[in-house]
Design a protein around this ligand. Structure first.
Ligand code: TEU
Length: 561
């Protein structure tokens, strides 16, 4: 049985501050904007707010490139604004999770500026420097090896000053820190203490599975390099971090770990509590990615595959480690446009609710990304100039311009379906100017559907997507089976329905979700139900008396008490 803790029972709401609420008319969201909206979050019923980075940053990757870990980004406000946000959140019983981005810093961080200044600078070894292969005479341009950046191209950047290359898993403006150096680790732990002593309630740890680089990734070989993600040495550092920092506070921690598997999850997030509380696994976010072209060539949803992945995580971690549950975040497109259906208002609302029920009835801590609770959709990008994301721009350059593996139209199609910028358009608060996001010119285009899809039209409507999320959050607080129950997938091969059961002590849930716009007949839900159960929540106003009919995007959850 899973030990009870507050973070297992909590629901987290992720804010991307740049796009949440602008309080000054600058066109960029800010901390005071978030403070103004705390009552909205309280009304929704979430317990924890995860803030994407709010630290000083040149914004090559929108705050995931930090130039001062102890300062607030100018555009977002001041440290006093932050302290007020924290105090106002706590006053309402809302906790704050900070984004901890310590796999890399910005190339403008004073540590890196010093590090690159000369080969014998004391901070040289705070980053990862290598000579070029063969004295830089290799036909490939002398790169130390063929290690690739997640954001396209080589992970090595030549620094003209000293002639050596530094390593970056992400953009060239995001040099990786050298965790093998204890001074780096201690500087990070000190900085974490600074925020924890202020009273923040935990951390979401960016690409934390990449902090330990295997020597085979960094060898100056001119040839094939191993990936930097998921090297077992990560656990040595996380255990040290836990002993020196995390264990001293009652906080919540979640690791962003794209390489985690059901086998390694118990190391990161096992019940023994030696490292983190939970991890974000990525497998379900790759289900519609092409093998070679990835997200830039979207595939149709293979529901049996999605069910298999999510169910494997549910079953393997039960009683051993703790799951996070998410469809959306700032790196993912909008779920309703991805696995749901935004072609009509009716289907958008039904499918957004169905997807919410499907996820929120599983075991794990659910994360809601800003706007997901409104059923916000992808953006109709048609021109590259409408996109901001460094990942998109780099991938476009490599795949369309240089290698010609995709045409402009194909790439734009991929961008519309799966790119990260879909999540980053401003929050749609109302049907007024700029959707109520900003009195100035928004830094990024607002989705033209804001007149219909916005918070103001949903908060008081009991049939809205917002109200549905609110009910799901409340049910989680009322029924321990949702938090602590075990899990069993039914009808694994069915291509249209996602059906599963949960059990806890004498109680049970049956969750039935139709992932298609069609009426499904022939499967007798009545036969799967338990004696005396009742409908706990559903996304249709009325009930269909014939239990052999499941309506378009219908979701039904039965509870046996
Ligand atoms: O993301 C890390 C990560 O794994 C992503 O690169 C992911 O694979 C990609 O976004 C999918 O398109 C984190 C942050 O969440 C992301 O916003 C940052 O860009 C990245 O780290 C670098 O800090």
């Amino acid at each position: 049985m899973d030990k009870k803790t507050w973070w297992k029972e909590a629901v987290v709401y992720q804010i991307y501050p740049r796009s949440f609420q602008d309080s000054t008319g600058s066109g960029v969201g800010d901390l005071n904007g978030i403070t103004q909206r705390l009552d909205y979050l309280k009304d929704l019923g979430v317990d924890v707010i995860w803030l994407s980075p709010v630290y000083a940053s040149p914004n090559v990757d929108n705050g995931y490139d930090i130039s001062d870990y102890r300062a607030i980004m100018d555009e977002f406000g001041t440290m006093e604004d932050f302290d007020r946000l924290l105090a106002e959140s706590h006053k309402r019983g809302l906790r704050i999770l900070m984004d901890l981005v310590v796999n890399h810093s910005s190339d403008r961080h004073p540590w890196f500026i010093e590090s690159r200044s000369s080969v014998d600078n004391p901070k040289r070894d705070w980053y990862i420097w290598r000579d070029g292969f063969n004295g830089g005479c290799h036909p490939e341009g002398g790169l130390p090896n063929d290690l690739r950046s997640v954001f396209s191209g080589s992970a090595w950047e030549k620094d003209e000053k000293t002639g050596q290359y530094y390593m970056h898993n992400f953009a060239a403006a995001q040099p990786d820190l050298n965790w093998a150096n204890p001074d780096v680790r201690n500087a990070v732990y000190d900085m974490m203490g600074f925020w924890l002593d202020k009273g923040v309630d935990g951390f979401r740890m960016d690409v934390i599975d990449a902090i330990d680089k295997p020597p085979t990734a960094l060898a100056v070989s001119g040839g094939k390099a191993d990936t930097c993600f998921g090297n077992p040495g990560v656990h040595k550092y996380l255990r040290e971090m836990n002993q020196k920092v995390l264990s001293r506070y009652d906080i919540m921690t979640v690791g962003e770990t794209s390489s985690v598997t059901v086998d390694t999850a118990p190391l990161y997030a096992g019940n023994d509590g030696k490292e983190l509380n939970m991890v974000f696994q990525f497998e379900h976010t790759w289900v519609d990615h092409d093998k070679t072209l990835g997200k830039w060539k979207p595939l149709p949803l293979d529901l049996p595959k999605l069910k298999k992945i999510l169910s494997r995580w549910q079953t393997a971690l039960h009683g051993r480690a703790w799951n996070s549950l998410y469809w959306d975040n700032h790196d993912q497109p909008r779920i309703v446009s991805r696995f749901g259906n935004d072609s009509t208002e009716e289907l958008r609302i039904l499918s957004a609710k169905m997807l919410a029920a499907c996820l929120h009835m599983m075991q794990g801590t659910p994360y809601i990304y800003q706007g997901e609770e409104l059923g916000m959709t992808n953006y109709p990008f048609t021109r590259l100039e409408e996109c901001n994301d460094v990942e998109i721009r780099n991938a476009y350059r490599e795949l369309v311009t240089e290698k010609k593996l995709l045409t402009h139209e194909e790439m734009m199609k991929g961008i519309r379906k799966l790119s990260r910028d879909n999540a980053r358009t401003p929050m749609q608060w109302d049907d007024g100017k700029n959707a109520g996001f900003s009195a100035g010119t928004p830094w990024m285009g607002i989705n033209p559907n804001y007149k219909t899809i916005n918070a103001a039209s949903q908060v008081h409507d009991p049939e809205s997507v917002f109200s549905f999320y609110k009910r799901l959050i409340r049910l989680r607080k009322e029924h321990p089976v949702i938090v602590y129950g075990d899990y069993e997938l039914l009808l694994p091969e069915d291509e249209k329905l996602f059906v599963y059961r949960r059990r806890f002590e004498d109680t049970g849930l049956l969750v039935v979700c139709n992932f298609t716009p069609n009426r499904i007949t022939g499967i007798d839900i009545g036969a799967l139900r338990s004696d005396g159960d009742k409908l706990l929540i559903g996304n249709y106003r009325d009930t269909e008396p014939d239990e052999k009919i499941i309506r378009p995007y219908e979701a039904k959850v039965y509870l046996k008490n």
